[in-house]
Design a protein around this ligand. Structure first.
Ligand code: ADP
Ligand code: MG
Length: 140
């Protein structure tokens, strides 16, 4: 298995409830290392650009509103098989369908306020890391 990097966000519903540490601990306990991290309050334009792949979906407006409603913690995670491992510890998009012990099962409020984001493939991980971080901000 390869050491990979993936992109993660702790979304506003979670930062508002002071869950940054609790969620980061779940990521670390799963064997992932935070190699870059910053707290950002994203603009509408940043949120629309980040989620451009979903722009035709009926929930796009709600998604942009939710993501700009408070601070987000953007992170780069590193570890063995990090992309898939992060998706596993996150749990299903809808917390009602998420496995026991996953971040979304434990912390998410709804499908729209589901506490975390994680890249879904190597290509999106590379794109999403680049969207939020310069190379010098990823410090190991
Ligand atoms: P994931 O975050 O699990 O990769 P998607 O890429 O399908 O899920 O969707 C991106 C985000 O859009 C979700 O995390 C969620 O915040 C929001 N979203 C997805 N589907 C819905 C929906 N039916 N209603 C409201 N928000 C949604
Ligand atoms: Mg997705």
């Amino acid at each position: 298995m390869a050491i990979e990097r993936t992109f993660s966000m702790i979304k506003p519903d979670a930062t508002k409830r002071n869950l940054t540490g609790a969620i980061t601990k779940m990521l670390e306990d799963a064997g992932l290392r935070v190699v870059a991290s910053k707290r950002v309050w994203m603009s509408k334009r940043e949120a629309e650009g980040f989620y451009a792949v979903h722009k035709e979906r009926p929930f796009f407006g709600e998604l942009v509103d939710t993501m700009t409603s408070g601070p987000t913690v953007v992170q780069v995670l590193e570890g063995e098989n990090a992309i898939l491992k992060n998706r596993e510890i996150m749990g299903a998009t809808n917390p009602a369908n998420a496995d026991e012990g996953t971040i979304r099962k434990v912390h998410a409020l709804s499908i729209g306020e589901n506490s975390v984001h994680g890249s879904d493939a190597p290509e999106t991980a590379a794109q999403e890391i680049k969207y939020w971080f310069s190379d010098t901000e990823i410090v190991g």
